[in-house]
Every structure is written in structure tokens, then in C-alpha cells.
Design a protein around this ligand. Structure first.
Ligand code: AMP
Length: 194
């Protein structure tokens, strides 16, 4: 299964991907996690990305594409992947299409987690208190939501036009949201009587 999870920051992409990866037997590839790892390791790319990330802006398309190209050609991604945090604009969506065509691994599905902004802001406040992520401070979250509306929301239309987009209600209990995503992917567990 080659799946892209779309949704605003704080919509639950990472949480749901972490739950789905075992079930689907594919790696969870989060570009945000990869960038945070590069920042923590102090690599030249991490040093360059840190200020941009802290300000809630998007890191350059070139950096992302290089990073993703390396990751998607690793052995574990040959069976598929759940992509979380990429693509974030139309140029990235085009680049992903080309990359996947080159390695002959087209996407199977795109699921967008739909969560209202007021719920997002509340969730990011909780995450800010728990994890102290600089980009979860309320002002930066508002900026990230603006960038999402402007640059990332059109990516959903891009996939809708290709008949690949499923929109799932991302509000509610974690288990319920996971069940909705699985239903959208037609991989819900079959209920048994025993
Ligand atoms: P995330 O954990 O997905 O919310 O990503 C955290 C931050 O990493 C974002 O606010 C961006 O600064 C950066 N980032 C992650 N993925 C991308 C991407 N596909 N394009 C540009 N920047 C990204």
C-alpha cells in the first residue's frame, strides 16, 4: 500500500500513520520527523532547516525532494509506505508523481483528515505544553494554518482530480478515526462472531 496522508498540522496524520503502519506492514515516512532528526543531529541541512521550521514556514522543495528520494528508494519502502507531511504544495505533488513514476510505484490512495481550525489550535496548544515544539506556539500555529490553506489545501484538489482522494472526519476518538481511515482504504478488519 502506497498511501499519502493529508491534513493540516495537528490533524492527526502522525498519530494515525503510527497506528496504521503495523496493520499495513509498511513504513511511516514523516518528512517533519526526518527534518527534526536532522536538526537534532546538527547536520548542515538540519542547521539550515531549523530557523525555517521554528518560524512555521516550509523548508525548500529541493531539500525535501532530495531527502524523500533517498528515503523512498530504501529497501523497507519497496513494499509501500505511508507518507505524512509530503506533499505540502503543488510543486511537491508534481515532484512526487515523477519520482514514483520513475521507480514504478504509483500511489494507491490519498486520505485527507478533515479537522476544523479551532480543534487544530486546541490540539497544538496541548502538544506545545507536552513536547515544547517551537512551531506549536499559538502564533506560529496560526501562521502554519495560513500556509496550509494557501499552499497545501490545493494538493487535495490535485489528487481529487485524479480520483485518488478520500476525505475522512478526523475528529473523535483515535480508534474511531483509525477505523474511518481503514474503511476508506477498504482494509477494515472483518467482524467475526467468535
Ligand atoms: P510536520 O511535523 O509535518 O508538521 O512538519 C514540521 C515542519 O517541518 C513544517 O512546519 C515545515 O517547516 C517542515 N516540513 C515538513 N514537511 C515539509 C514539506 N513537505 N515541505 C516543506 N517543509 C516541510
Amino acid at each position: 500500500m502506497r498511501l499519502v496522508l493529508l491534513g493540516a498540522p495537528g490533524s492527526g496524520k502522525g498519530t494515525q500513520a503510527a497506528r496504521l503502519k503495523t496493520e499495513l506492514g509498511v513504513p511511516h515516512i514523516s518528512t517533519g520527523d526526518m527534518l527534526r532528526a536532522a536538526v537534532a543531529a546538527g547536520t548542515p541541512m538540519g542547521l539550515k532547516a531549523k530557523a525555517v521550521m521554528d518560524a512555521g514556514q516550509l523548508v525548500s522543495d529541493d531539500i525535501l525532494l532530495g531527502m524523500l528520494g533517498d528515503r523512498l528508494t530504501q529497501e523497507d519502502a519497496k513494499v509501500g509506505f505511508i507518507l505524512d507531511g509530503y506533499p505540502r504544495n503543488l510543486a511537491q505533488a508534481d515532484a512526487l508523481d515523477q519520482l514514483l513514476a520513475k521507480i514504478d510505484q504509483p500511489l494507491d490512495a490519498v486520505v485527507k483528515l478533515k479537522v476544523p481550525s479551532e480543534v487544530i489550535i486546541g490540539r497544538c496548544e496541548i502538544r506545545f505544553k507536552a513536547e515544547a515544539r517551537a512551531d506549536d506556539n499559538p502564533d506560529t500555529v496560526r501562521k502554519r494554518l495560513g500556509i496550509y490553506a494557501e499552499q497545501t489545501a490545493p494538493v487535495a484538489d490535485f489528487y481529487a482530480r485524479r480520483g485518488k482522494l478520500q476525505v475522512v472526519d478526523g475528529v473523535g476518538e483515535l480508534n474511531d478515526v483509525t477505523a474511518r481511515v481503514k474503511q476508506a482504504l477498504h482494509c477494515e478488519s472483518v467482524a467475526t462472531n467468535g
